[in-house]
Design a protein around this ligand. Sequence first.
Ligand SMILES: C[S@@+](CC[C@H](N)C(=O)[O-])C[C@H]1O[C@@H](n2cnc3c(N)ncnc32)[C@H](O)[C@@H]1O
Length: 275
Amino acid sequence: MTFGVRMAPDSNPGKWSKPQRRFFKRGAGTNFRKIQSIKFLLTRDRTAVVKFLAAKYPFEFSRRQRFRLLKDLINITNNMRGYHTLAEILTVCDRIFRRGDRKDIVVVEAGSGSGSSTAKLSLATQIVGGRLLVYDSFRGIPKNDEQHELLDGRSLQFIRGAFKGRITAVKKRVNEYGAPEVCTYTKGLFQDTLIDFDEAVDVLLVDVDLISSTQTCIEQIVPHLKPQGVVFSQDGHLRATVDLFENDRFWREKLKIEPPQIPGLGTEKFLELIF
Ligand SMILES: C[S@@+](CC[C@H](N)C(=O)[O-])C[C@H]1O[C@@H](n2cnc3c(N)ncnc32)[C@H](O)[C@@H]1O
């Protein structure tokens, strides 16, 4: 069972869930975590890392600086609980770096959890001289009665308070591992805090689990995307997210835009929405 979710009683652990009983410590700061990072670097995340090291960006970004960033990202993974892979966060960083010749780059993160993705995005944002706007309740998943289904048919619920990272704790971790000077934090429910959202956005990362939360973030922020702005969702493993993104009327009638292209929709957890 994944931390913070309640699976149906007959569900087997699978692609998106981990067994609960463990015989030795595996969490942040353990040697197990460090070994896992090396393993993933050489296997699961290798292609993304190679692409990042070879990529051409519209600003001076030396090999040495890239290795330094990779080291910092892995250090964060080793020391903080996070809910993304290195490949996923590197893909978001890549889209930030591709815009590295622009002025006032604005990156938005909706759903910060314990602050692992926030610390990583802050480092990438700092490299391009941009700003990172972080939105979260900082109290975890809000009260909800949503019943979810994974793409393989298993059901789950997101428990109130799951993934909680208090704002003081998140700031402390970003101060220690990230680039605090680029971050602005807005605490509260998206339904309240995004209502007056009025920033031109280059890159948006939405990792919020609840469909009501995803819908609010998309509705409130996508109209403020800059031309060629890009959106990522970490919730493509949920049937409700797929249904929302597949719904042409949502895009055309609610947002009054053409539906984006979404490679991997219906199969992948990590999605890029291309407008
Ligand atoms: C899975 S966690 C984010 C994990 C983080 N991006 C990472 O990779 O480590 C989901 C986050 O969404 C936040 N969240 C979900 N719905 C929300 C809402 N309606 N308003 C504010 N925060 C919300 C929760 O507080 C939680 O921190």
